[in-house]
Unconditional design. Structure first.
Lengths: 201, 201
DNA sequence: CCGGAAATGTGAGATTTACTCGTGTTTGTG
DNA sequence: CACAAACACGAGTAAATCTCACATTTCCGG
């Protein structure tokens, strides 16, 4: 269940490892998770099915590896945003705006991967645990900002976590399935307004 | 893709139909979606695999049938809550409180089913469409309440939809995976407070 | 440069699972 | 009671996941 069977030691195997993940990302994006077979992944990667199973114990492990890449990327991007906030101490409105913009950018950057991880996939305990870990990290950082801005309320941790969950859901919806006529930008503006209003009590 | 192959006409077949769905609900809850096989469902239901496929064209149809039951239940429960609101015209705080309590109760009522539908399952287009339809209905009803209370803001539909998505995500998290020490009730209180604050601008 | 050991690559096929189809059984009806 | 329609059955099929015994490549001490 670790998601990785064997770490590559030579550069040759590193190449096949990358090729497999690249092929998996492409096919998952094109055909969805259930629609892609491990044989097709191996074929597009130009390796044998045996090689695939040498590095990934099962189909889900491909997904977990991709999620790891994606979450790592998201984590570092948001980390730098928080660093800037710590240094520049902008006001509430600007702080919210920067965080929301960053999250929107993450969703826009690779919508297929986002859809894959959050819609088309059976969320295994492993995947859920990983996601919640990222959510906790974000909540901690957001909590620090709330305290700095004096809007932490009586239960800072709870408020921060709820904000993170709420923003994630709203941004996900606004970017990946903007309903009927409403365009994404309008929704993003509204998201920021609601968030600021909920904090500027 | 309708989810049903053949409607039962005799009471005998109605019984097998129920037995199959009951077995499916149990096994999905115990072993997860991918972990349960259609053969095991038929076995626990005490019918043959052929009978199962007479009523459900594929494995996903079992899930869709369960989701239909669940969403129908949720829809009617929330509908009566909205009816009471229309009749009694409570204030903002009371309105939010009743809606949140109702949603929390729905999550508590059958956590396994909720987890199944929103976590362990590859969200097919059909399932997603159905869920978004329910979300739209809720958003419309919430929008009416916002207007009644004079807190609709400049874009009532956008605001209502965002509120619905946000509350769903927050309540789901608070009830189904309350993090570390925080208990559900504390989180629910905070959810209500945040929601009221975001509207009482 | 040599030779063996470790790492990596291969693909036929064993196993599992969703799903079909021909056939047998029960129920409603005149 | 007879006949048809509805219902139930379960061995068998196609397709997917995953294994394993063996081939090839790379590494490294002598």
């Amino acid at each position: 269940m670790t998601g990785i069977r064997k770490k590559p030691r030579q550069q040759r195997s590193r190449a096949t490892w990358d090729a497999i993940l690249e092929a998996a990302a492409q096919l998952f994006g094109e055909q969805g998770y259930t629609g892609t077979t491990t044989n097709k992944v191996a074929e597009r990667a130009g390796v044998s099915i045996g090689s695939l199973y040498q590095y990934f114990p099962n189909k889900e492990a491909l997904l977990l590896a991709l999620s790891e890449q994606h979450m790592e990327h998201s984590g570092t991007v948001l980390h730098t945003v928080f660093e800037h906030l710590e240094r520049e101490h902008p006001g509430l409105e600007e702080t919210v705006s920067r965080l929301v913009d960053a999250a929107v950018e993450l969703h826009r950057h690779n919508p297929n991967m986002h859809r894959l991880l959050f819609e088309q996939t059976p969320r295994s305990p492993t995947l859920m645990a990983r996601f919640q870990r990222l959510e906790s990290l974000m909540a901690a950082a957001v909590g620090a900002q709330l305290r700095r801005l004096g809007v932490a309320g009586p239960r800072p941790e709870a408020r921060a976590l709820l904000l993170v969950q709420s923003l994630e859901a709203q941004i996900h919806g606004a970017v990946l399935s903007p309903p009927d006529g409403a365009d994404t930008d309008t929704l993003v503006t509204e998201i920021k307004a609601l968030c600021v209003a909920s904090l500027a009590s």
